[in-house]
Design a protein around this ligand. Structure first.
Ligand code: ADP
Ligand code: MG
Length: 256
């Protein structure tokens, strides 16, 4: 891991929803090849943080760099300034996002789900995109579902298609927002297996999860959020051995 080559770097990020101050000065660095688990109670701002990295939300204050490019630049007073829409879109192509509820296009087949964005957003030719998509489906163990409709798949299969779809854009970093929270335990296992493989291939991943086994075994680092702040940011082994923050201890105890 090379901390001089961060895939994500945020400094003092602030985000409000109306009067609600949801991110209260979040500074986070994720190195290339690093797997970071984001833990914390419901409402602590985990999803919002991920959505700000992917420009599904904008921030008011602070600085965000993605793969070395500045998505939001803090001016002299700390106010976040965004570049042009086209530049924002270009920067966001470095990130892929996997959601709790898969968000597959129901009217497209599995293969079509994978090739849609590479063809329309990245303007890659179909002849180039289809073999990549087929290789990714094989990687997530779903080569035989190439022409299936999403509605016919199990939740675990849908989520693996969603991961393959994110990978089809060849992102530098994958953001996961509770990717297994909607799944039964045995379906969870197959999705976690796919994520573990990605980690072994040194994919950079920022993963909001309640799967402590995954966080413990796969994540290099744990970031624990509480009320819009990162209150712990430590190697996973250290965090699980002895969480320092009282809310983190209570959180782990509540899951045990
Ligand atoms: P987490 O993912 O940790 O559960 P969220 O980032 O989803 O937390 O939410 C943080 C806080 O922001 C919560 O109080 C939530 O209700 C609020 N919130 C999230 N999204 C919106 C929104 N689009 N509009 C208003 N409030 C929101
Ligand atoms: Mg959330």
């Amino acid at each position: 891991m090379d901390t001089l080559d961060p895939m994500v770097r945020t400094t003092e990020v602030h985000k409000h929803f109306g009067a609600l101050h949801v991110l209260r000065g979040v500074s986070l660095t994720v190195a290339r090849g690093e797997v970071v688990a984001v833990l914390g109670p419901s409402g602590s701002g985990k999803s919002t943080l991920l959505r700000c990295l992917n420009h599904l939300e904008t921030i008011e204050r602070g600085h965000i760099e993605i793969a070395g490019k500045t998505l939001a630049r803090a001016d002299a007073t700390g106010v976040a300034r965004y570049p042009s829409e086209s530049e924002v879109r270009r920067i966001c192509q470095h990130t892929g996002m996997v959601f709790q509820h898969f968000n597959l296009f129901p009217h497209l087949t599995v293969l079509q789900n994978l090739i849609e964005a590479p063809m329309t957003v990245r303007r890659r030719p179909r002849a180039e995109v289809v073999p990549l998509a087929e290789a990714l489906l094989a990687q997530v163990g779903l080569a035989d579902k190439r022409d299936a409709w999403p509605g016919r798949l199990s939740g675990g299969q849908k989520q693996r298609v969603a991961i393959a779809r994110a990978l089809a854009m060849q992102p530098d970093i994958l953001l996961f927002d509770e990717p297994t929270s909607a799944l039964d335990p045995e379906l969870t296992a197959e999705v976690l297996r796919t994520m573990r493989q990605l980690a072994e291939q040194r994919m950079t991943m920022l993963v909001v999860t309640h799967e402590m086994a995954f966080a413990r075994e796969v994540a290099h680092r744990v970031v624990f959020m509480d009320q819009g702040r990162i209150v712990e940011d430590r190697p996973a082994t250290e965090f699980f051995a002895a969480p320092r923050h009282e809310r983190a201890r209570a959180f782990l105890a509540s899951l045990a």
